[in-house]
Unconditional design. Structure first.
Length: 155
């Protein structure tokens, strides 16, 4: 006995499978793009922090605004310059920091005076996910990235 063509046809199966799989694939693609954006932002501020610390070490009298405009912002051009925060600290005298770090102690009083002074540059940048769904993996969609670099000044 032969069944009619309408009862054996599988023409709509591919469309149903496509409809079920496509949202997952789109979410995966957007997740990959958002993760790439996050990694790019972090690598950019890490590089900007290193360049800011190098500039501050070579120019120990430079103001934090000069360090930001001359060293940090040129190395973070693809990020929003108004959102980038730059914090400069000399001689480990920081009591609070933009970036969480382990505290350092001063050398003992009997040691000779240091010939260099450490300078620390913290760079912060607020990053937010492109979509609501991906943002939920990052605790509400927004995260502040922070990079810190410490270099000894040149005398």
């Amino acid at each position: 006995m032969m069944l009619p063509r309408a009862m054996t046809s599988s023409d709509g199966v591919a469309l149903v499978e496509f409809a079920l799989v496509m949202p997952v694939l789109i979410l995966l693609l957007v997740g990959i793009l958002d993760t790439g954006r996050a990694v790019n932002a972090y690598v950019t501020i890490s590089n900007a922090s290193r360049e800011g610390a190098r500039y501050a070490a070579l120019n120990p009298t430079a103001a934090p605004s000069a360090i930001k405009s001359s060293a940090v912002l040129p190395h973070a051009q693809q990020l929003d310059p108004g959102s980038i925060g730059v914090f400069v600290t000399y001689n480990n005298s920081v009591t609070s920091s933009a970036c969480p770090i382990a505290t350092t102690t001063a050398p003992p009083a009997s040691s000779p005076a240091p010939t260099t002074i450490p300078v620390r540059v913290d760079v912060t940048y607020p990053w937010s996910a492109a979509t609501f769904f991906i943002g939920q993996f990052f605790g509400g969609g927004s995260r502040t990235f922070c990079a810190s670099s410490t270099v000894d000044t040149v005398r």
